[in-house]
Write a protein that binds this ligand. Structure first.
Ligand SMILES: [Zn+2]
Length: 208
């Protein structure tokens, strides 16, 4: 999708952005490479990994925009008003860390690592989610949705589909493939145990 909208995501400043919903996968890969080496149950590794992805829940506001367009034939801008606003700040980080800890045995460790992967997500968005026009910089409003104070932007932010993001994704995939080969499971287990087993079998038969 490359439709342009007017955004008001940082307390009044208007910018034009384009929706390129690609990088939740990169966030998942990065969080998994943090969580997987930790000495803890797989369930807790999953919690830590999800904590590095769930910031993008506010991107689901695009569903409301699609529905408005498809069903009511009207344009709305919920995605560009609320993505990077509702769940891309410290309040959401605390909520998600507490939620992750609630489902864990090693609660403090899981909460701390969940905060780490969540903040890595913010850093990645801050440095590499621009696009596509030169002025389309996405800020991180660290205290939103409670306050527009502490809104950060990086003038050198690169595009979402720029080579550093692609390179990072490739490197993370290489790490994940190696971990899957050695450990016998991969992030595919998030979605299907049988699919993950098949993936690991294929990987081992190819490289063993
Ligand atoms: Zn994000």
């Amino acid at each position: 999708m490359s439709r342009k909208y007017t955004s008001n995501i940082d307390g009044g400043q208007t910018s034009v952005v384009t929706c390129l919903p690609m990088n939740p996968v990169t966030h998942l890969f990065l969080s998994w490479t943090i969580a997987d080496p930790c000495n803890m149950p797989l369930k807790e590794k999953k919690l830590i990994t999800w904590a590095g992805v769930v910031a993008d829940l506010d991107g689901l506001t695009m569903v409301a925009d699609f529905a408005n367009r498809a069903l009511l034939n009207t344009e709305s801008e919920y995605y560009f008003r609320f993505h990077h606003v509702l769940t891309h700040g410290l309040p959401a980080a605390i909520v998600f860390a507490i939620a992750a800890a609630a489902f864990a045995t090693n609660r403090l460790k899981v909460a701390m690592l969940a905060l780490l992967t969540f903040h890595l997500h913010l850093v990645c968005d801050l440095i590499g989610s621009r696009g596509p026009d030169p002025g389309d910089i996405w800020p991180i409003a660290y205290l939103q949705p409670l306050s527009s104070l502490m809104t950060f932007r990086w003038s050198h932010q690169w595009e979402l589909n720029a080579w550093p993001n692609i390179l990072l994704t490739i490197v993370l995939m290489a790490i994940i493939f190696r971990q899957a080969f050695v450990n016998g499971y991969s992030p595919v287990c998030f979605f299907s145990k049988s699919a993950d087993d098949a993936f690991v079998r294929t990987l081992r038969s190819r490289f063993e």
